[in-house]
Design a protein around this ligand. Structure first.
Ligand code: C2O
Ligand code: CU
Ligand code: CU
Length: 457
């Protein structure tokens, strides 16, 4: 593969960069120019001090002057154009999690593009085929880059009004910080060999114990995005009328949230919540622990109605009768031989007997599976470990069709939370040519082996 060198920022003519504080900024302007209609952003990644722990500074890295980063919005079917400017001290990229796009825009270093060096920029341009809640993050030195705050929501609005008059985006992230706001290790081998290295301070939109106002009596669309490196949130809201409208970007037939929903790293859930009477509060919890509070505030609008199901996305239906079956075994490598000397991450996990090495730029040259473009496949995902893994595929959405551990109502997604020792089946049409990453979204599992490439040609 060959790549053209990106331009150096200094050589950029005619780009007005205005009002940049230490943390950078982002601007956007919405435009509709016939078939090229789209949304243009300039997005800067830069260091930013945050006050996550009161009276202490945390040296975060931010997209667009906030962490989590600026919420990018685009309409389904239109172009998203992002001039990404790297003002960090390290190389990086942006990956657009869950978006079906051309490989050159996928943000994977040495597969899609070269890393964007400090002071350089890269223009991302692609059409977004599916409506829903997505997100963006680097795919370089991920445990540190995501850990320091380089994660942000990407919302793709439906073409037509959906009936929701109110909505909120809640980005969940827990930070690897101590009591004084200093970063602690983003990845520790003994944790990476287990459930992953967890942060200690939970936040919603960057705020610990956030309070979010909702209009009393209304039905509000609440998009919950798990942008965390490690944690699976066991989401629940006791005593609230809430319906699930979409999972990981794709609509489902509305159904009650129920007791608890396990939202693994990288996953999203779109809920409709009926807001109780003014003055009442709803607690949003992770298991028994409160993450934040919804506060109902008076408003004069007539009580809201439950909107109909969201329109389905144009994802191809797999041809089950003629689908080829492929097995993927996710394994733990028993002996943890940490190579402290050369600083390389240990190899702890494997897919079908192969561990990905993030220090080897040629891994993607050896795909774990080669799919024929246009053909349907059924992947049997077999978790042979005692830990759960949110299994994510780039470039294509897949349909979850079965599991030996739970009842599945088939749905399309880009990330499936594969439970301990679970076997699940997912199906897809290999309709997007490229070399696509297939990995666990517990970031330190991914960085210690649990990643592979799948080629479609
Ligand atoms: Cu969120 Cu490789 O992806
Ligand atoms: Cu992804
Ligand atoms: Cu994992």
């Amino acid at each position: 593969m060959s790549f053209t060198r990106r331009q150096i920022l200094g050589g950029l003519a005619g780009l007005a960069v205005v009002g940049l504080g230490a943390g950078g900024a982002s601007r956007y302007w919405l435009g509709r120019r016939n078939s090229e209609a789209g949304h243009d952003y300039e997005l800067i990644a830069a260091p930013l001090d945050l006050e996550l722990v009161s009276s202490h500074q945390t040296p975060a890295w931010a997209f667009g002057g906030s962490a989590p980063g600026t919420e990018l919005r685009v309409r389904q079917g239109e172009w998203l154009r992002v001039r990404f400017i790297n003002k960090l001290p390290v190389p990086t990229t942006i990956h657009w999690h869950g978006i079906r796009l051309p490989l050159e825009m996928d943000g994977v270093p040495y597969v899609s593009q070269l890393p964007v060096l400090p002071g350089e920029y890269f223009d991302y341009r692609f059409r977004v085929p599916d409506a829903g809640s997505y997100w963006y993050h680097p795919h370089v030195n991920s445990s540190e880059e995501l850990g320091r705050g380089l994660v942000g929501p990407l919302i793709v609005e439906e073409r037509e009004p959906t009936g929701f008059l109110h909505e909120r985006t809640l980005s969940l992230k827990s930070w690897h910080v101590d009591e004084e706001g200093a970063f602690t290790a983003f990845s520790v081998s003994r944790e990476a060999a287990r459930g992953g290295t967890a942060g200690r301070l939970s936040t919603i939109n960057g705020v610990p114990q956030a309070v979010i106002d909702l209009p009393a009596g209304q039905i509000v669309r609440v998009r919950l995005l798990n942008l965390d490196n490690t944690l699976t949130y066991r989401l629940n809201m006791p005593g609230v009328e809430a319906q699930i409208y979409a999972l990981d970007g794709n609509p489902v037939k509305p159904r009650p949230l129920g007791k608890e929903y396990w939202l693994g790293p990288g996953m999203r859930i779109c809920l409709a919540i009926k807001v109780p009477a003014a003055g009442e509060e709803i607690s949003l919890r992770n298991g028994p622990v409160r993450l934040g509070t919804f506060r109902s505030v008076a408003n004069s609008d007539a009580a809201g109605e439950w909107p109909p199901a969201l329109p389905v996305n144009p994802v191809s239906e797999p041809d089950m009768a003629n689908a080829e079956k492929l097995n993927f075994n996710f394994e733990w490598v028993g002996s943890v031989s940490v190579n402290v000397d050369n600083g390389a991450p240990p190899s702890l996990w494997q897919i079908n007997g192969k561990a990905w090495d993030i220090t080897d730029k040629t891994c993607a040259d050896r795909p774990i599976a080669k799919l024929q473009k246009g053909r349907s496949y059924i992947f049997e995902l077999k978790n042979m470990t005692q830990y759960q893994h949110p299994i994510h595929l780039h470039g294509m959405s897949f349909k979850v069709i079965g599991s030996n551990r739970r009842t599945i109502i088939p749905y399309f997604t880009d990330t499936y939370l594969l439970g301990k020792n679970e076997r699940a089946r997912v199906a897809l049409v290999a309709d997007n040519p490229g070399v696509w990453m297939f990995h666990c979204h517990v970031i330190d599992h991914m960085e210690t082996g649990l990643m592979a490439a799948i080629e479609v040609s």
